[in-house]
Design a protein around this ligand. Structure first.
Ligand SMILES: [Zn+2]
Length: 117
């Protein structure tokens, strides 16, 4: 296991978690993900295993429809760093573009059909 560190663009939201190597990603075609366009982690991590640091109270959350999924974003720079999933509440996926060690443009990915949920 390795500790991965990520942050939003301005750095006011940072996070870290443990995972094996990040070798692929996930995209989703639901109404919000298609707008964000981010490559997400293909795995989820339970909230208790994630370290999240926020300064200046910039972490905000957006919810819609059934309100189960929580789409977090930085109020300062607008970046989406992670979200709590709808299918497995309490578990989070990450925006791989926020992790400098990961080249999100070189990873293979699957497309999840979130639009059909
Ligand atoms: Zn920010």
């Amino acid at each position: 296991m390795k500790i991965w560190h990520g942050k939003c663009h301005c750095g006011d939201v940072s996070f870290s978690f443990q995972a094996e190597g990040i070798t692929d990603g996930l995209r989703c075609n639901c109404s919000i993900c298609k707008r964000k366009g981010a490559l997400m982690s293909s795995f989820v991590v339970p909230i208790e295993d994630i370290s999240i640091d926020v300064v200046n109270d910039v972490l905000s959350v957006y919810q819609f429809d059934n309100g189960v999924a929580k789409h977090y974003f930085c109020k300062h720079c607008g970046i989406y760093p992670f979200h709590e999933t709808m299918r497995a509440p309490g578990n989070y996926r990450f925006n791989l573009g926020c992790i400098d060690e990961v080249d999100a443009f070189s990873l293979p990915f699957e497309v999840f059909d979130g639009a059909s949920l």
